[in-house]
Design a protein around this ligand. Structure first.
Ligand code: NAD
Length: 278
């Protein structure tokens, strides 16, 4: 599969979504955030993944405008937080996000977590935003198969993306197969396991064989598995390093070795046991 930093995955409605982008969770310092996004866009990143929870939508919008890159050439995702869910509340939360970003449309809007009482209504609001052409694609995050099944049974527009925790220690094969069957693109959050998989001896061995870093091996593995990725870093050298994954490939034997690393280990929370009341 030939890939470069601009490679996209075609969503069910024909929209091209970059396979690679910058995650900006925990970027809370204004200057650090502006600099990280500026660096990423200079290196060639064309997607930014934020959320109202992250408190940096204003900086994301500013950094994109400052870059001089055309708005339509950058894919912007944000998410509706748990306490803002439900039909009307989601529509209101979207207005706030759009205002914070200072944009007139978003590329992708996601339900952040499947709040049991409200996630179906939340997705109905996302469908309305799509109908009104305020977002170019619909999606969800942290949805298990049973959540998706509920949405699919009612939705007029099936979710186009599901963003879930996914890395070598949590490979999510069953969920990925379900999503593939329903043409839902899968984005990995914490694609590096928040850095927690980078000292794995097998990954380090493959990295040595390829003359690449452990982070590069993991990110390339995701791409070869047809998973979209949004690694986060504020360190300029790492932002660059994470994008240098297009001049090598893992062999089938190395891909098979990576498969053996799954241990169903979550660094974040399980969507079914999320503490929604904090
Ligand atoms: P990640 O797997 O991207 O890991 C980020 C951490 O790994 C960095 O803080 C740094 O410590 C380390 N790192 C990054 N590049 C490195 C390199 N080249 N070498 C060594 N260490 C490196 O974890 P993440 O930030 O949790 O996830 C990425 C993005 O996913 C977030 O920024 C956010 O946009 C999204 N996310 C979404 C959800 C959700 O609920 N939808 C949850 C968590 C994260």
């Amino acid at each position: 599969m030939f890939l470069n930093i601009q490679s996209t995955k075609t969503l069910t409605n024909g929209i091209e979504m970059p396979r690679f982008g910058l995650g900006v969770y925990k970027m809370t310092e204004r200057d650090e955030t502006l600099q990280a996004i500026d660096k990423a866009l200079k290196v060639g990143y064309r997607a930014i993944d934020t959320a109202s929870l992250y408190g940096n939508e204003v900086e994301v919008g500013e950094a994109i405008r400052y870059s001089g890159i055309k708005r339509e050439d950058i894919f912007v995702t944000t998410k509706v937080w748990n306490t803002d869910q439900g039909y009307d509340a989601t529509l209101r939360a979207f207005e706030v996000s759009l205002k914070n970003l200072n944009m007139d449309y978003l590329d992708l809007y996601l339900t952040h977590w499947a709040v049991p009482e409200t996630f179906e209504e939340t997705y109905r609001a996302i469908e309305r935003l799509y109908d009104e052409k305020l977002i170019r694609a619909t999606g969800v995050s942290n949805h298990h198969e049973h959540h998706l099944q509920k949405l699919l049974s009612k939705a007029n527009i099936a979710p186009m993306v599901n963003q879930v925790e996914l890395h070598p220690y949590l490979q999510q094969e069953a969920l990925k197969a379900f999503c593939a069957e329903h043409e839902i693109a899968v984005t990995a959050w914490s694609p590096l396991g928040r850095g927690g998989v980078l000292d794995n001896p097998t990954i380090l061995e493959i990295a040595q064989e390829l003359g690449k870093s452990a982070a590069q091996v993991v990110l390339r593995w995701h791409l070869q598995k047809d998973t979209l990725i949004i690694p986060k870093s504020v360190t300029p050298s790492r932002i660059e390093e994470n994008a240098q994954i297009y001049d090598f490939e893992l062999t089938q034997a190395q891909m098979d070795q990576m498969t053996t690393l799954n241990r169903n280990h979550r660094f974040g929370q399980d969507p079914d046991n999320f503490k929604f009341n904090f």
